[in-house]
Design a protein around this ligand. Structure first.
Ligand code: ZN
Length: 121
């Protein structure tokens, strides 16, 4: 005759209490392992300063961009998506988008087909 451990469990009157107790213990046990909250930041310390500088620079850039975007006659460069006044941008008739001076220099004669043409102001 074989002994099955499961057959004994059905006999006790307080079986439902027992299972809920087990569930509670399992939840607490998984928290104790600390598997999820572990965030490894120590390895990034060397690069974090550069990253902070980069983010600060981007914040400045976006602040300037918002300021420019709030002005009349401002539109976006189709390449870098920064805002400029229309007079600062060059409209590329062939492809149908504005380019800022920086992007124009970078593009040169390169043809950049756009899926959506920008509206000319
Ligand atoms: Zn641009």
């Amino acid at each position: 005759m074989q002994y099955t451990p499961g057959s004994d469990n059905g006999l006790g009157a307080g079986n439902s209490n027992g299972s809920s107790f087990v569930n509670r213990r399992e939840t607490r046990a998984s928290n104790d392992t600390g598997m999820l909250p572990v965030v490894t930041t120590s390895r990034n310390y060397a690069g974090s300063l550069d990253l902070e500088k980069l983010i600060a620079g981007l914040k400045d850039l976006f602040a300037q961009d918002r300021q420019m975007a709030s002005q009349q006659d401002s539109t976006r460069c189709g390449i870098c998506y920064m805002h400029f006044t229309v007079s600062e941008l060059l409209y590329r008739e062939e492809e149908g988008f504005y380019v800022c001076k920086g992007c124009e220099r970078a593009l040169g004669k390169t043809n950049v087909p756009m899926i959506r043409r920008q509206q000319k102001h």
